[in-house]
Design a protein around this ligand. Structure first.
Ligand SMILES: [Zn+2]
Length: 512
């Protein structure tokens, strides 16, 4: 099973290179918007035709559309036809005999940028369209997705994506080319300097343990970034949980909850007071991580910078500088939070082969205005996502406890339900058996006990092997226009090299 991982580095482009990068960002935005325009126009044209009317040839509509392009493939074709068409660009030529003729040039600057950038942007649009229709038909869960909108030009954003190809036996995207080790070579753009050490990625590639799929170059917080998605080999067996241990859990006809001399299932309670508390069913606490509240800590400065930015005159140079300072503060907060989350998830998956989390309705909870900011800051969804994919890499198991399981309100000793427990009660006190225990540990222990009782063998034979449940909060799959059958890797695609102690090492972005 191929594993998808990604790396992120900061780029140091020269002034000339920065111009080229901006040009590519602009080209990606342009292609996205133009394809959206083609799609919308085609919808109008087709609608008019079905009503029996003859549509007026729209200048921007490209070829007279007979059907609306929806898929990435159709949209790319529509865009490619358009970019060579007269509506994309033409020239009037007047000959010596003063007869004028029209010379169709198509999009004149199309050769200045890598054609792939257009394609990938159009693919993004097709994903947006699909998300919209899926959301409308109910195929897609979660928040309602709106119809794709035109992208605006922004001072601090934008990105483009390039796929890796092989040209004459050589990959088109290479790291450490030429005399500079800290560099990346991109087709058409050239060799760019990379700020961090890329050794780990290069070693993985050289040893054939990783293959670059695509890179995304983005602009943010006044810097240029490159994130690299690789298809990587499985983790070293020494880093994986013993397969026998996992196998025996799924053994049929074993009525006893699985315990193999190890601790069994470990419940992880995600909270606001403590970011995560992990416990086993016998009541032992195995991990407690205090919530660093990156956002709350960074908020005063964020407020100040945001006020400063809004006071500057619109469109002024000072305004732009202030916006950059603000975006860097946002990035700093984000980096601190992610650093923390990676540490926690690494610690959990490294030491425990079976983890059980609560299936949280985060979208629902964030609608509580008093708590939404704190919940967003804790990033429970991201923590769950990281635990899920990292545990999959290590061959361990992650189970999601039922959303309605009252893990906080149940006594972990006698099982009595305390319905009057409020969010303020930090300590759980049982009126039946007199247990007094930390609220979060109580919840974690309950989760662990729940998992022991819900291992596939205990429920029924049919549910066997379903213990590795994906987190509902995990991000969607990466689709690719040219590879329709990409393996599902919905939970293993974010920045993270090997998933070990990578936090704080070379691949982690520095605080901007
Ligand atoms: Zn009790």
């Amino acid at each position: 099973m191929p594993r998808h991982a990604s790396f992120r580095f900061c780029l140091v482009p020269s002034v000339e290179q920065e111009r080229v990068l901006s040009q590519h960002v602009g080209a990606a935005r342009f292609a996205f918007n133009q394809a959206l325009r083609l799609h919308k126009n085609a919808q109008v044209v087709v609608a008019l035709r079905t009503q029996g009317q003859t549509p007026v040839e729209d200048a921007d509509g490209g070829p007279a559309a007979h059907r609306v392009p929806w898929t990435g493939f159709d949209l790319i074709n529509a865009f490619n036809t358009w970019k060579r068409s007269e509506s994309a660009g033409r020239r009037f030529l007047v000959g010596m005999d003063l007869t004028a003729r029209v010379d169709v040039t198509g999009l004149v600057w199309r050769d200045q940028v890598l054609a792939q950038v257009f394609e990938e942007a159009v693919v993004d649009l097709s994903r947006g369209l699909k998300a919209f229709t899926d959301s409308r038909t109910g195929t897609r869960k979660g928040r309602k997705v709106g119809f794709p909108r035109f992208k605006k030009k922004s001072a601090t954003g934008g990105s483009f994506r390039i796929r890796n190809r092989t040209n004459k036996g050589r990959a088109t995207i290479r790291f450490g080319d030429g005399e500079r080790v800290r560099s990346v070579s991109l087709p058409k753009i050239g060799i760019l300097r990379v700020r961090e050490c890329t050794r780990r990625l290069r070693r993985m590639i050289i040893k054939g343990r990783a293959r670059i799929l695509h890179v995304t170059v983005s602009q943010g917080a006044n810097r240029w970034w490159i994130s690299i998605t690789v298809e990587a080999a499985d983790l070293h067996p020494a880093m994986r949980h013993s397969p026998e241990l996992v196998e025996t859990v799924a053994e049929e006809g074993d009525p006893q909850p699985a315990r193999h001399g190890e601790e069994g299932w470990v419940g992880v309670d995600r909270g606001l007071h403590a970011l995560a508390v992990a416990g086993v069913s016998d009541g032992t606490e195995v991990l407690r991580v205090t919530n660093q509240r990156a956002f709350r800590r960074g908020l005063p400065r964020l407020r100040r910078l945001s006020r400063a930015a809004s006071r500057k005159r619109r469109g002024s140079r000072n305004r732009r500088k202030a916006v950059v300072r603000l975006s860097r503060q946002h990035a700093r907060i984000r980096n601190r939070r992610h650093h923390m989350l990676h540490q926690v998830s690494n610690q959990l998956v490294k030491n425990h082969d079976r983890l059980v989390l609560e299936d949280l309705n985060i979208t629902g909870m964030t609608s509580n205005r008093k708590l939404s900011r704190a919940i967003g800051d804790a990033a429970w969804g991201e923590l769950g996502r990281q635990i899920t994919y990292k545990q999959a890499w290590r061959g361990g198991q992650v189970m999601m406890a039922d959303m309605w399981f009252p893990s906080s309100k149940t006594c972990s000793s006698c099982g009595t339900l305390r319905k009057d427990l409020t969010l303020k009660d930090r300590v759980f006190e049982c009126r039946e058996c007199g247990l007094v225990v930390d609220r979060d540990l109580n919840a974690a222990v309950n989760l662990a006990a729940w998992a022991e009782n819900h291992t596939p063998t205990v429920t029924d034979g049919a549910g066997r092997g379903v213990a590795r449940v994906g987190d509902r909060q995990a991000a969607g799959p990466v689709t690719n226009a040219h590879r329709q059958n990409t393996p599902t890797h919905h939970d293993v695609r974010r920045r993270d090299g090997e998933g070990l102690d990578d936090v704080g090492t070379s691949q982690t972005a520095p605080a901007a």
